[in-house]
Ligand binder design. Structure first.
Ligand code: RIB
Ligand code: CA
Length: 308
């Protein structure tokens, strides 16, 4: 059954791959809009990259709304050292011919969710949660319109990737994460415990590179950059496909293992800034992904990118 979906992201290499997979699944995902937020790269770069993905996919009918250019309280951190200054690694995306929307992402979220039917919209967040947290603070009633929030963020058993304790999306705006994870929205949180299980190994890279499909080829160019950056860390395992795991969940939740939990975010600003403490909890409304089937998931993502 088709979901009405808004993706809030900070493209970024893996965000772009998540967007491409979503665009290849129009029967399941009616992508209403893309909201962008400062994260991997500055928000204007994120907006340009989101529009570039839409131009590549021939879907410039989908609007891109630019959101918060900095976190709610903490000082901004970026990840250009991983994604490159362009946010696309070595890939070049088509320049969009569409005039950018003037409405801000927070205004868009408040207006759209404020007018939507109850439990009718799925929100996918693959960057810092600043936009949605700001919208929730402005109008708490928007939770009524949310069917489910599917978030890439957090870490528990795996430890952090930007510090030993914190995953980047949470570290980048811990206060926003605390607000969103405390909301009444049914939420699925996909952290490093799960996303580090799906890697772009050399055989998978070869499959993408050999593809005649532009989306797969662009994905290979983007990931190759991250693999080089992380060569000594990831080694032969390759870069993790963090953000596409959110789309995989929408398309094939049976590939995921989930547990009901509570989550506490460290907003202290100390060395454990952005740490997520995940604790089993019944009927919390928050589910934590403990594992996934990486082979079928990778194949699913490629199959949908080939349809773009
Ligand atoms: O920790 C991984 C997350 O941080 C991903 O969303 C990646 O795009 C970066 O934003
Ligand atoms: Ca991201």
């Amino acid at each position: 059954m088709q979901r009405s979906v808004i993706i809030d992201c900070d493209p970024g290499v893996d965000d772009c791959i998540a967007l491409l997979a979503a665009l290849g699944a129009p029967e399941q995902i009616d992508l209403r809009a893309i909201c962008v937020v400062a994260g991997n790269v500055p928000v204007d770069t994120c907006a340009r990259n989101a529009r570039g993905v839409l131009a590549l996919a021939g879907r410039e009918d989908i609007p891109v709304y630019s959101g918060c250019d900095r976190p709610m309280q903490v000082d901004p951190v970026f990840a250009e050292h991983i994604h490159g200054a362009s946010g696309l690694g070595d890939a070049k995306l088509p320049e969009s011919t569409v005039t950018p929307a003037t409405l801000g992402a927070v205004d868009y979220l408040c207006e759209t969710l404020g007018q939507a039917e109850p439990a009718s919209i799925t929100l996918v967040i693959t960057g810092p949660m600043t936009n949605f947290a700001t919208a929730l603070q402005r109008d708490p009633n928007i939770v009524e319109a949310v069917r489910e929030v599917v978030i890439m963020g957090g870490a528990s058993v795996e430890g952090g990737n930007i510090t030993p304790h914190a995953e980047f999306n949470i570290f980048a705006d811990p206060d926003a994460a605390a607000i969103v994870l405390a909301s009444a929205c049914p939420t699925v949180l996909i952290g490093l415990d799960a996303t580090l299980q799906i890697r772009c190994t050399p055989p998978r890279m070869s499959e993408l590179e050999a593809s005649s499909h532009p989306a797969c080829h662009a994905a290979a160019e983007m990931i190759a950059h991250v693999n080089r950056i992380y060569g000594e860390v990831y080694g032969a395992e390759g870069a993790a496909l963090h953000d596409p795991c959110t789309i995989g969940y929408l398309l094939a939740p049976e590939l995921y293992d989930l547990v009901s939990v509570s989550a506490k975010v460290d907003c202290s600003g100390g060395e454990r800034r952005g740490q997520t403490v995940i604790t089993p909890a019944q009927s919390s409304g928050l589910q934590w992904v403990t594992g996934l089937r990486d082979g079928p998931l990778f194949d699913l993502l490629v199959r949908h990118m080939e349809r773009v």
